[in-house]
Design a protein around this ligand. Structure first.
Ligand SMILES: [Zn+2]
Length: 119
């Protein structure tokens, strides 16, 4: 009796066929989508968050993305950064979705401590 001819074995509820299907899509699902500055700006984001690739260091900084051209991918920048805290090369580059709000707050006239009328 041939075991292979039997019904497909399942691992954690998936048939082999389903596992193959999932594996085939893995690169798209697991890898971060490679977006360009054009796409990032189109969604109203002008800034970047740069994270140290060493999770034990976890140093990060927020910068403006103005200096890069529209066709540059965020992932293209990752090897170009060196962590200022630990000196490790390479970083994780993410769009900074709070950039516009932060920039507006920084530029707002009479913000924070100057906004309160003196008693
Ligand atoms: Zn670091």
């Amino acid at each position: 009796m041939c075991a292979r001819a039997a019904t497909a074995p399942s691992y954690s509820g998936f048939t082999i066929g389903q596992i193959r299907g999932i594996m085939g899509r893995m690169p798209e699902l697991t890898r971060q989508k490679k977006i360009t500055f054009a796409e990032m700006r189109a969604s109203g984001v002008g800034g970047l968050l740069i994270y140290c690739s060493d999770y034990k260091c976890s140093h990060w900084t927020a910068i403006s993305g103005d200096r890069w051209a529209d066709d540059v991918r965020l992932s293209d920048l990752e090897p170009k950064f060196t962590c200022q805290a630990c000196g490790r090369r390479g970083a994780d580059v993410r769009p900074n979705f709070h950039w516009e709000a932060d920039a507006r707050r920084a530029k707002a006239p009479g913000a924070a401590d100057h906004g309160m009328p003196s008693p």
